[in-house]
Design a protein around this ligand. Structure first.
Ligand code: 1HN
Length: 346
């Protein structure tokens, strides 16, 4: 450590800073240790949104505004460490969207990629580039960047799903574009199930040419993913931290299903008490079945079905569950891997 400078030197420096500031120039040494830290220093904090708390608010929003007027009737899950920034983690947006019976959320497209994870309700649909898919609880659905999408609910019950988008990443890169077609619903040009038939059965069309980095399969039904985890749990010991964990992939590349957002489904066996683990990707977690305790740093979150919580970057965490538990999670891991940034520590 260097000795503390004399007051006169400090004054000279302040004077210097004021002069160069007028030319849009600033001294690095005053901010270096804030910019480059020994370890991740995220403003994101562990937080839990209990279903019983947010459900009444989501339903109340349905009385205050229509899906059409809102364009998207969503309550943003805002991290208290990032107040006013519309984000659940530093890099990802999350929200709970409500579509009431008979409503339509009109078509639009944008460069932000979106995923839907269905939390409650059955029989509503989302249409992506002319193909509809019917939503069931636990399904993971992708709306790739710059694809037309609208949602509708012909069922008799409200549908609620979690949206996760790479909004903060696209904002950081100043690459936002958005378009409305002026019609509410896009024409459905393909019958339901086409994408799943083509790409959802470990087979591919002979003439497949990728349109981008996002998976051409845009619907990952819960039934299939859940059965895969059940089969793994029957045949192998759980990982000490993750239990039985799989990642959703793009079947054409084996890479992540979405370019920036990683998506995972994990099963923690009945009575599982996990070991501490941390990685540099902050995660948004939605509990599908079961429940228990997430110990994240000094914070203890008690979660149950349909609850959502956040595990911030590089915070040691472990899970303890009572009943067999299934967790869906989303993070920016693929983007970090692309930049050679991702780290983990068991
Ligand atoms: C969006 O387009 C949807 O299409 C949901 O359902 C949430 C949050 C921010 C920006 C665009 C949707 C969104 C969004």
């Amino acid at each position: 450590m260097s000795a503390k400078p004399q007051p006169q030197v400090l004054n000279e420096r302040q004077d210097f800073y004021r002069r160069i500031e007028k030319g849009n120039v600033a001294p690095l040494w005053e901010v270096l240790h804030e910019l480059v830290t020994p370890e991740p220093k995220t403003p994101c904090v562990p937080v839990l949104w209990k279903w019983e708390t947010v459900l009444p608010w989501v339903l109340e929003s349905g009385k205050l505004i229509t899906a059409k007027e809102a364009e998207r009737r969503v309550l943003v899950l805002e991290n208290p460490g990032l107040r006013g920034k519309s984000r659940a983690t530093h890099s990802l947006y999350a929200g709970l969207q409500l579509v009431l019976p008979g409503e339509i959320a009109p078509a639009h497209r944008h460069t932000q990629s979106a995923l839907r994870f269905i939390v409650s309700g059955d029989g509503a649909y989302t249409a992506v580039e002319g193909e509809r898919v019917t939503m069931h609880v636990g399904d993971f659905i992708i709306t790739p960047s710059w694809t037309w999408h609208d949602h509708g609910n012909p069922s008799r019950e409200p549908i609620i799903w979690m949206d996760v988008l790479d909004v903060p990443i696209v904002e950081l890169l100043d690459a936002q574009f958005m378009e409305r077609p002026g019609v509410e619903k896009q024409r459905t040009s393909r019958t339901e199930g086409q994408s799943f038939a083509r790409y959802g059965n470990t087979m591919m069309p002979l003439d497949f040419k990728p349109k981008g980095k996002t998976s051409p399969l845009f619907w990952y039904p819960y039934e299939r993913s859940r059965e895969a985890l059940a089969e793994l749990a029957r045949g192998e010991d759980p990982h000490p931290s993750h239990g039985h964990k799989l990642q959703y992939v793009n079947p054409a590349t084996g890479g992540s299903a979405m370019p920036a957002i990683g998506t995972f489904l994990q099963l923690l066996p009945k009575g599982f008490s996990g070991r501490n683990y941390r990685s540099t990707d902050s995660a948004i977690v939605s509990c599908v079945e079961g429940g228990g305790r997430a110990r994240i740093g000094e914070t203890v979150l008690e979660f149950g079905p349909k609850d959502t919580f956040v595990v911030p970057s590089w915070m040691k965490h472990r899970f303890e569950v009572g009943a067999e538990t299934v967790l869906f999670s989303a993070s920016d891991r693929p983007l970090q891997l692309a930049l050679d940034l991702w780290r983990e520590e068991a």
